[in-house]
Write a protein of this length. Structure first.
Length: 157
């Protein structure tokens, strides 16, 4: 927290406004997670988001993100690959991910690593707008869905 009393009041007011807005739509915890990531945004991203918000163009955020990625991918042969694991990757796994995705995409890759313990294990890979989810969480969800359809569809309940 900053040392300035005026700044402390502003920080408190902003935080409470976010909490109230989030609670009003039952998303306070989701907003907290987004807020934690917001500190990583560059000033240009924040300024663009503010401009889009002021212009009422919030609905275009995903489209702008996709187009941004398309432009980058078309101008640079290196493909950005987002890799999510439940724990940080070691050098061996990182190298294996680079080699496999580079071979599959037919281009050099740049890994963007994310750690998300909620996937429980496995890996989620996103590149060129496609997502391959080989996480334990996804596998459990698939098993749960299969079991539910098997028992719901059976005569023995």
């Amino acid at each position: 927290m900053t040392g300035n009393r005026s700044d402390n009041g502003k920080v408190e007011a902003y935080a409470r406004a976010l909490i109230e807005a989030g609670r009003g739509e039952d998303r306070a915890n989701a907003d907290l997670r987004q807020w934690e990531h917001a500190s990583k945004f560059s000033p240009e991203v924040l300024e663009t988001l503010a401009t889009m918000r002021a212009s009422g163009d919030d609905a275009l955020i995903r489209a702008v993100s996709r187009r941004y990625k398309e432009i980058l991918d078309s101008e640079d042969e290196t493909v950005s690959v987002s890799v999510t694991t439940s724990v940080p990757m070691d050098d061996a796994l990182r190298q294996k991910a680079i080699e496999k995705t580079s071979r599959e995409l037919g281009a050099p890759v740049y890994l963007i690593e994310h750690v998300d313990p909620s996937i429980l294990g496995g890996i989620v890979i996103e590149a060129r707008g496609k997502r391959h989810d080989a996480s334990i969480r996804a596998q459990l969800a698939h098993i749960r869905k299969q079991l539910a359809s098997t028992f719901i569809g059976s005569d023995e309940q």
